[in-house]
Ligand binder design. Structure first.
Ligand code: EPU
Length: 351
């Protein structure tokens, strides 16, 4: 097992924050992960599992042993009467995997095109976009328990999926079975429906459909539309560092929603099935005047206020520090709280 020392992390996190890992190991297989867990030198050392680094803010050099997951492979595993079950290694790039499923004639993931990150990270925050969440297509996953070295399988219920949430984001004791910093995901399986239907109904997709004369899109067309929408709204991490949406869209009660509407009748809100309301955090931040603003090199993206960016990420200079990003996030939370009486929750993992 090769342990690398003082590894630059700038290229390994999509915010392109400059930091080092004191020690880093690349995990290519289940055998690598098992060997690490069995090795007395590393067994009890604190560890941090790194996927594509696309949902991460690094605020300093990283002391825990970084496990960079590079387990590859993708295949059609089996068929059930209603589904194709496909399996992918946790280290596979998410978008390339989605594109591959379409090349194989296996639609179902097209609404999730262009989400940065890896297959292994997708269940951690139950990625979602344009009316589809990972949990809608998830079958099961295999992971290794970094404390015991045991490989185990979880189904959807055991993953405890919620909005941008799962057991992998919670420590033990917090919300039942918590697996934060404990599990390394090795492989993920997806159940793609044989009776495929496009998932439309999301405002941006409906606009595209109208633009294309109201056609019923194929999966490939839907994939292309999602790519176009995301390119127009969201910054490409290869060009400007970012971690996607920085805050979750808050859910509030009907009374809270009425209170916020009284403060500003234009607030973007959607009624949920249980009578509560989901608010657009991007709108709230925008309404507080943050769009396009910066603190140091950390900024609020001009075209989507929910996304914080590293303005110096590709200038060859140091760029934003994680501290600057978190200072900006804190200032945004304070002004949204002062204006709307609501505390925004952050989405990325802060290390
Ligand atoms: N809005 C503004 N100003 C802004 C940004 C948004 O007024 O600066 C308004 C928009 O006009 C729209 C509403 O807010 O009416 C919602 O915006 P949008 O449709 O862009 O989606 P979002 O709620 O901001 C969520 C996800 C995205 C996902 C899109 C599409 C979260 C935290 N974010 O964004 O996910 O791609 O919907 O489904 O749920 C991510 O998690 O990293 C991510 C990009």
């Amino acid at each position: 097992m090769l342990v690398e020392n003082n590894v630059a992390l700038q290229a390994l996190n999509t915010f392109h924050i400059v930091a080092k890992a004191h020690r880093l190991v690349r995990i290519h297989s289940e055998a690598d992960a098992s060997a690490l867990c069995a090795d007395p030198q590393w067994r009890d050392v604190p560890k941090f599992v790194l996927g594509g680094g696309s949902n991460l803010v690094i605020t300093g050099d990283v002391k825990p042993l970084v496990l960079k997951v590079e387990v590859m492979g993708r295949r059609l595993l089996r068929e059930t009467p209603k589904h194709f079950v496909i399996e992918a290694g946790a280290g596979e790039n998410w978008h390339d995997f989605v594109a591959w499923t379409l090349e194989q004639g296996l639609p179902g993931l097209e609404n999730l095109a262009m989400i940065p990150g890896t297959v292994g990270a997708s269940p951690v925050q139950n990625i979602g976009a344009y009316g589809v969440e990972l949990q809608d297509r998830f079958e099961s996953l295999d992971a290794i328990d970094l404390q015991t070295g045991q490989v185990f399988t979880l189904d959807a219920a055991q993953c405890g999926f919620g909005y941008r949430d799962s057991v992998f984001k919670h420590a033990a004791g917090d919300k039942g079975l918590g697996l934060k910093d404990r599990a390394l995901i090795l492989r993920v399986r997806f159940a793609l429906p044989k009776a495929w239907k496009p998932v439309l109904g999301y405002a941006d997709l409906d606009k595209k459909q109208a633009e294309y004369g109201g056609v019923q899109p194929t999966a490939q067309q839907l994939f292309d539309w999602v790519c176009q929408i995301r390119r127009a709204k969201l910054p490409d991490p290869a060009v400007i560092g970012n971690a996607g949406s920085f805050f979750k869209n808050p859910t509030v009660s009907a009374e809270q929603c009425a209170d916020i509407i009284a403060r500003d009748p234009k607030v973007v809100h959607y009624k949920l099935a249980d009578g509560s309301f989901k608010l657009a955090a991007g709108w709230l931040i925008d309404a507080c005047g943050w769009r396009g603003k910066s603190i140091g090199q950390a900024g609020v993206y001009e075209k989507q206020a929910l996304v914080l960016v590293n303005r110096g990420s590709n200038s060859g200079a140091q760029g934003a520090t994680g501290g600057e990003v978190m200072t900006l996030a804190g200032a945004i939370q304070t002004s949204v709280y002062e204006r709307f009486g609501l505390r925004l929750e952050t989405e990325p993992v802060v290390l």
